[in-house]
Design a protein around this ligand. Sequence first.
Ligand SMILES: [Zn+2]
Length: 399
Amino acid sequence: MSEISGRFLAGIHWRRLAAVSAIVLASACAFTARAQGAGEGKARNIIVMVPDGMGLADVTATRIHRHGLDGMLSFETLEHIGYQKTYSANSVITDSAPAASAWACGEKFNNGEICFHGDGRPFKPSILELAKKQGKATGLVATSTITHATPASFGAHVVNRNCENEIARQYIQVTRPDVILGSGVSKFRSVAADACGAVGDLIPEAQAKGYAVAYDKAGMDAAVAGGGRKILGLFGNGGTVPEYLRTPATTEPHLPEMTTAALEVLGKSRHGFFLMVEGSQVDWANHAKDYPYQLGEMLAFDDAVKVVRAWIDADGDRRENTLLIVVADHDTGGFAINGPQSALLQAGGTVEAGWTTGNHTGVDTLIWSAGPGSKALTRAIDNTEIYGVMVKALGDAKE
Ligand SMILES: [Zn+2]
């Protein structure tokens, strides 16, 4: 409680809304987890992988480019497939904040809200917080700022997704995921207040709390090789370098490399772990209506899923006890494949394509999954139901 109601380190002054603390406090106290007993269908590890803004046509186009018409991407061969509704509490067209909050906290939120109701209603703890309460290690990986809406929904509670300094503060001072890998140095070492009034340098505090801090791939690899159990990797400021713009001189890790590092660290946990991995920039590519950008991010995401599936398949115990869910939060751009109309394509080929909008669309999105509890994800569901599936897999009765 004292953590949530505010901690101040010498030299760091955090200006925050008192009401925010009060509501978080009330919600945290209202929740009591209890074990379910039999343990059937319990997952030791839960891994959620999010290609942000990915529609089904993105999958088709990437599949054709990578394998030709007959192949499959790494997540397409998971055992179970279903789909989800994506609307938010106040819009047919969701943004990433309520979309991820629906999974992370189990209910509808307004656009912009990160597992937090602006009207003061209480909210549930996130699946990451519940996993941590069970003694599991936890991790967040993204190619956006790690304080962006999707990862933030799992590791913070804020009224406005733009409060990225406050989200960083909650990561280091409140939720403390063991693995934090993404972009956004400036959110952890901020010099101007964000929309919630938070500002300050969190890096010394993170180091004091045991995080190995890395700013490039070499640093990340060294931290992992050093055997540390907590890692904070911050690569650039606004997002990692898009795949299609990378050169041999790029020092930032790729998404599959961050995923490998996360599994190496979290895999040491005696009680298992919760991990969220986001291919954040599939969304940005579709906003930009940029096919080479989308393709590069999609291929990297496919590679990240490959890394996870290889990790799971390397060990019978992992296979039995890991729930893997691959799900897009919403479609972006209404990307469609319009051709070629009278020819086939080989691997390496590119489709003729177009977008209906530069924004998100309101269409449903697909869910691929395997492992304990995933059978419940083989039908049409609301996005909020994924929370219940994960909570049940954790073994907590309350959803
Ligand atoms: Zn999104």
